[in-house]
Design a protein around this ligand. Sequence first.
Ligand SMILES: Cc1cc2nc3c(=O)[nH]c(=O)nc-3n(C[C@H](O)[C@H](O)[C@H](O)COP(=O)(O)OP(=O)(O)OC[C@H]3O[C@@H](n4cnc5c(N)ncnc54)[C@H](O)[C@@H]3O)c2cc1C
Length: 334
Amino acid sequence: MYEAAVYTGKWDQVMSPLGESGAQLPAWASALQQGMAGHHRGDIVWHGSLAVYTTFKVGGRAEAIVFPKGRDELSRLVRSLHGLDVPWVILGRGSNVVIADAGLKGVVIVFGRDFAEIELVDDAADSVVVRVEAGCSLAKLVSWAVERGYAGLEFAAGIPGSVGGAIVMNAGAWQREMKDVLVRVSIMDGQGAISTREVESMQFAYRTWGEMKGTIALEGFFRLKKDSPAMLKEMCKEYRQRRKMRQPQNMASGGSFFKNPLGGKTAGQLIDQAGLKGCLVGGAMVSTVHANFIVNTGRATARDIIDLMGIVQKVVYEKYGITLEPEVKILGLE
Ligand SMILES: Cc1cc2nc3c(=O)[nH]c(=O)nc-3n(C[C@H](O)[C@H](O)[C@H](O)COP(=O)(O)OP(=O)(O)OC[C@H]3O[C@@H](n4cnc5c(N)ncnc54)[C@H](O)[C@@H]3O)c2cc1C
């Protein structure tokens, strides 16, 4: 099972009130269970801590964390939650989120190893198309492609997270981003209906896929060129090395905290030149290695991170008249 939680189990085992902490199942729990009758193959964690599912290692509990095993189960779940008016959110590997200390109401849906297939769907003379489910880790996809000599994803070497999260965030590095290799995306709407969208018809932009909130990325189709595995391996090694030199190592974070403003200086340069490296609020600190990383020095709370974010935004605005917009998604404060 995934963690020591108040209650972890299969859907049909969750009817008793929760023990130890005195927490109760949410009022909608049994209605949800009825809605899911016959469609519950995955696990559910009631009242589980979310901090362990994020790279920042902060965040309170979710009323429920669900690990769907497939798209039918997911579709049924989303429809049931819609009918019950229970809020939900998708979490990939939690590498681009800050979750509020008070936790999240409703259901957190986590795509994990049961949603992680990689399949070759087209094999032409000089390129291939690969279908990858949202829960696959980006690292696994990059290694899979490189080993087979499929080029295009090397830029993503060293970016943590799931393929779904990378599509939704249009993750990128070294002047390349996910949309450059994506052909189409299967999506699920907020009522469980599935459709396929060609990338040209989507509004991909800097760190966004442009879809409406409540839309789920189920899988991506990537076109990759055939090339030498040894050469691709070398490129990935080089990219990982550059990250090692420029980014804080072995410290919990969400990667680059702010988006780079259009034109001019990067967010990191502005924060650095404003003298904010090392600025500390509780356990949250502006990294001394890379000024656009806020790191958890060990005991940070989400509040510390959000307060530090506010200070950085205020100081940069006062000095340069530029409002830094977070790239990291802040969940649970809306
Ligand atoms: C050390 C470090 C380095 C990083 N370097 C980079 C970098 O170089 N470039 C870069 O772009 N990013 C970088 N990141 C940020 C992060 O890794 C990427 O944005 C990653 O793609 C997020 O994937 P995830 O699965 O962790 O998403 P999560 O953090 O779990 O989710 C991010 C957002 O996407 C939503 N979401 C996730 N999956 C889905 C889905 N299947 N359908 C619908 N919504 C979904 C979530 O609700 C949330 O709003 C870095 C992070 C860290 C910690």
